[in-house]
Write a protein that binds this ligand. Structure first.
Ligand code: SF4
Length: 145
């Protein structure tokens, strides 16, 4: 959504700073999609073979892979307490949140996300339009992988 034909509504930037609360790693059921390159990086980080990593942490959905979730809570399999246990090699989908195309679709979708992400608030640092676009494009590529 734009405020004129070519300008995204967030062209003046958006306020966000991740607190590490883990809120985006839990919630309802969903998919954290991972590419082969990301699977390789996570397996290497955990000192596991690809085969062992796949058996322990992945589910296959059609021709793609997603991380497993815990049953009942739907927490990401790598969330322990409120900490991501693979933070340095977390997938692009995690790194780019909340600058996902769906979240950036409109002011309303941004506000709705803010209800679940405590890093989005009026006192948070301003993230530039250029940085938001960089993250959005990364996520767009990750979604297409
Ligand atoms: S919900 Fe927001 S503040 Fe919390 S860990 Fe995720 S991105 Fe960071």
């Amino acid at each position: 959504m734009t405020d004129n034909a070519n300008t995204p509504w967030y062209h003046q930037g958006l306020r966000f700073s991740c607190t590490g609360c883990g809120g985006c790693c839990t919630g309802g059921p969903g998919y954290t999609w991972v590419s082969v390159a990301e699977i390789e990086a996570m397996a290497r980080h955990l000192n596991l073979t690809l085969d062992d990593f796949g058996k322990k942490y992945l589910r296959r959905i059609g021709d793609r892979y997603a991380l497993l979730e815990r049953s009942v809570t739907h927490d990401c399999i790598f969330l322990q307490g409120k900490q991501c246990t693979i933070y340095p090699v977390r997938p692009a989908q995690c790194q780019t949140f909340p600058f996902w195309p769906g979240v950036l679709h409109s002011p309303d979708s941004w506000k709705e996300t803010a209800r679940h992400c405590e890093g989005i608030h009026d006192e948070a640092p301003l993230i530039s339009f250029e940085e938001i676009e960089r993250q959005r494009q990364r996520q767009t590529v990750a979604e297409a992988d």
